[in-house]
Ligand binder design. Structure first.
Ligand code: MEV
Length: 310
């Protein structure tokens, strides 16, 4: 069995697809596991007609995205076997990297069960192949942070695959306290990425200016993380959120969650991942009681969990 954590994007989602920097972190509270079973019964199938996947015990539809992603990944190594794949995941809603987490765990399980001899970089490349089945154009940040863990600064140039990726680990002065909130709406990352593409086409110059702003936010955020300037970090998250609103990937519900949280002591926050609802991250200071923030969100009908990153 192999496992992969979920992720949050702290800064730069969407813009990273177009060449900006981004910062992301793995979170260990949510994860996916993948196990390939019945090895002894494997027949040498000549095609992929008998790859059965159970996702949290439910049969996965053949021809659906998850099934396709698995087949594409098997095809990369020409693995043609009948097999059952058991996937478990407690990654709810959208925004927390459920697809990337599956792809990384599956890549690791394939590596183990078929003795592929893949390094972590190669596992990441294989996971990226699966991610494209889910998201079409993808920067690869989700699979990369799920694969390597910790907090990373990420950038990808225009080269295909994972070759154009530049990753730097960020070492924090203090751990960062986050509350992750689920909105009641899941959205397709693929559709949100397409929406941003359309925005970019309509506003070329403005978008180029926004990428510069994101890169400045990320420089400042990195410094704030390295020096423990948590108030500044919260301000930068809100600044990033404004840009996400401008490109049309936020929702009034995300705004509502942020208002409740800030009024109850959060230092900042933003949507995380693809948006269109999805998940929201909130930053709070270790000396501020988080219970006010959590109980006021729960009163408003939202469920959430806390995590420490770094
Ligand atoms: C999704 O978690 C992050 C996006 O930037 C897409 C990507 O980078 O592939 C929206």
């Amino acid at each position: 069995m192999a496992k992969s954590p979920a992720k949050v994007i702290l800064f730069g989602e969407h813009f990273v697809v177009h060449g900006s920097y981004a910062i992301a972190s793995s979170i260990n509270e949510c994860f996916a596991t993948v196990e390939i079973i019945d090895k002894d019964d494997w027949g040498a199938a000549s095609d992929y007609s008998n790859v059965n996947i159970l996702y949290n015990k439910e049969k996965v539809k053949e021809g659906g995205t998850l099934h396709n992603a698995a087949l594409i990944m098997l095809n990369e190594f020409n693995i043609k076997k009948n097999m059952k794949i058991n996937v478990t995941s407690n990654i709810k809603g959208s925004g927390l990297g459920s697809s990337a987490s599956f792809c990384v765990a599956f890549a690791r399980e394939l590596n183990k069960r078929f003795n592929l001899g893949l390094t972590d970089n190669k596992v990441n490349e294989l996971a990226y192949v699966g991610e494209t089945a889910f998201h079409g154009t993808s920067s690869g940040i989700d699979n990369t942070v799920c694969c390597f863990g910790g907090i990373i600064q990420f950038r990808k140039d225009k080269r295909a695959g994972m070759e154009g990726v530049n990753i730097q680990k960020i070492v924090l002065k203090d751990k960062i306290n986050l509350i992750v909130v689920y909105t009641d709406k899941s959205s397709s990352t693929k559709e949100m990425v397409e929406k941003v593409n359309a925005f970019k086409e309509r506003h070329e110059e403005k978008f180029a200016q926004m990428i510069k702003e994101v890169n400045t936010i990320i420089d400042d955020a990195k410094y704030a993380m390295q020096t423990g300037a948590v108030v500044e970090l919260g301000r930068l998250m809100l600044q990033n959120q404004k840009l996400l609103e401008e490109i049309g990937v936020s929702t009034p519900e995300v705004k509502g969650i942020l208002n409740i949280a800030i009024n109850n002591g959060a230092l900042g926050g933003k949507l995380t991942g693809g948006g269109g609802g999805g998940s929201v991250i909130l930053l709070y200071d270790k000396d501020t009681p988080k219970y006010n923030i959590i109980s006021s969100l729960e009163k408003a009908g939202y469920s959430c969990f806390t995590t420490k990153i770094g």
